[in-house]
Design a protein around this ligand. Structure first.
Ligand SMILES: [Zn+2]
Length: 320
C-alpha cells in the first residue's frame, strides 16, 4: 500500500482524536458552568496525583475517586444528561483513535487504509463498475458447451446465483470460486457483485492476484517494515476479490502468500471470490495440496461456460 494512503489514513484518525478531545472539553465547559457541584468534584479528582505524591494512601484515594465518579454520573443524570457525558467518546474505543494497539495497527486503521486504497485503486484502474442488468444472456442463446450442455441455462443459473449472493451479502457470506475461459463473464459478474456490496457499505478490495502479490513482495523485501500492510489488509478486509488466479509467477513466496490469504480468511470466516481461467485439473497441477484442499472444501464453485470455441474453430477451418 502506498505511503500516501497510509499518511492520509493516519491523518483522518488524528482528526477523529482531536474531535473527541474537543467535544470532551466542550462538555466539561458546559457542565462546569451548569452544575458547579460537579466542577468542584472534578477539581478534587484532578488533584489525585498531587495527593499521591504527598503520601496519601493510593487504595483509599482510588476508592474515593470511584465514589466521586459515580456521584458525578448520578448528578449528570439528575440534570438530564447521559451519565457518561464527561467521558471521552472515541470513534474507535479500542485504540482511542491513535490507530495503534501496542506495536500493531488497530483494525480501524487497516479498514481506513483498505477503503482509501479501494477508492484509489478504482480511480487508478478506471474500473467501470458493472451491474447485473447489463449482463446479456442473449449471447448464450442456442449455444452448447463442448460437452453438449445448454449455455443459456447454465449462465442464467449462474447469473441468478450471483444476484442472490449480492442481494443477501453479509459479513460471513460463503466464498466463491469462478472458473471459466476469458470472456465468459467472470469479471462482469464479480464487478456486479462488488457494486452491490459497496452500496451496502462494506469494504471491498478487488484486484488481480498478480498485482497484489507484487505489492506484498515489494513490501516484504523492502527495508521499511512499517510499509508492510497490504497482506494485513487483504487478510482483514470485509470482502476480497482475487482476479486471475494462476497468472502470477509460481514461486515459493507467492504460493505461501496465496495459502496464507486463503487459509486465514477461511479461519476468520470472511468472504472471498477467486476467479481463474484454469480448470480444476490445471489448478491441481499448479497448486500444492494444502491450497487445493482448502478451496475444494470451503469454496462454492461456479463454472462459467461459453459456447465451445474449439468446435466453432474446427467448423470454420473446414471451410478454409
Ligand atoms: Zn482503532
Amino acid at each position: 500500500m502506498n505511503q500516501k494512503i497510509f499518511q492520509k489514513a493516519l491523518q483522518i484518525i488524528s482528526m477523529r482524536r482531536i474531535k473527541a478531545k474537543t467535544e470532551n472539553e466542550q462538555h466539561y465547559q458546559e457542565i462546569n458552568s451548569k452544575i458547579p457541584e460537579i466542577a468542584e468534584i472534578n477539581y478534587q479528582l484532578a488533584q489525585t496525583s498531587a495527593r499521591i505524591l504527598m503520601g496519601e494512601d493510593i487504595e483509599i484515594l482510588k476508592r474515593q475517586n470511584l465514589q466521586a465518579q459515580r456521584y458525578c454520573s448520578q448528578l449528570l443524570e439528575n440534570h438530564g444528561y447521559p451519565p457518561d457525558y464527561l467521558d471521552m467518546h472515541y470513534t474507535c474505543p479500542k485504540c482511542q483513535d491513535t490507530g495503534y494497539q501496542g506495536n500493531t495497527y488497530c483494525s480501524c486503521l487497516e479498514k481506513l487504509i483498505a477503503s482509501l486504497g479501494t477508492a484509489e485503486m478504482t480511480q487508478q484502474t478506471q474500473l467501470k463498475l458493472c451491474n447485473f442488468d447489463q449482463f446479456n444472456l442473449e449471447y448464450y442463446q442456442g449455444r452448447t458447451t463442448d460437452d453438449g450442455r445448454n449455455c443459456y441455462t447454465l449462465m442464467s443459473n449462474i447469473l441468478q446465483r450471483c444476484r442472490y449472493y449480492a442481494a443477501n451479502f453479509h459479513a460471513h457470506s460463503p466464498s466463491l470460486l469462478f472458473f471459466g475461459d476469458v470472456g465468459v463473464g467472470k469479471t462482469h459478474l464479480s464487478l456486479s457483485i462488488v457494486t452491490e456490496v459497496l452500496k451496502q457499505g462494506y469494504e471491498v478490495i478487488y484486484d488481480s492476484i498478480g498485482n497484489l502479490i507484487s505489492r506484498i513482495e515489494q513490501e516484504h523485501f523492502s527495508r521499511e517494515k512499517s510499509q508492510e500492510d497490504t497482506l494485513q489488509i487483504l487478510l482483514n478486509t470485509d470482502f476480497l476479490i482475487l482476479d486471475d488466479l494462476g497468472t502470477e509467477f509460481q514461486t515459493q513466496f507467492n504460493l505461501s502468500v496465496i495459502y496464507t490469504i486463503i487459509n486465514t480468511r477461511i479461519n476468520r470466516n470472511l468472504p472471498t471470490i477467486i476467479s481463474t481461467n484454469l480448470n480444476w485439473k490445471q489448478l491441481s497441477d499448479q497448486y500444492e495440496e494444502r491450497i487445493m484442499s482448502r478451496l475444494f472444501a470451503v469454496y462454492e464453485s461456479l463454472e462459467f461456460r461459453g459456447p465451445d470455441i474449439r468446435l466453432a474453430k474446427k467448423r470454420n477451418s473446414q471451410y478454409l
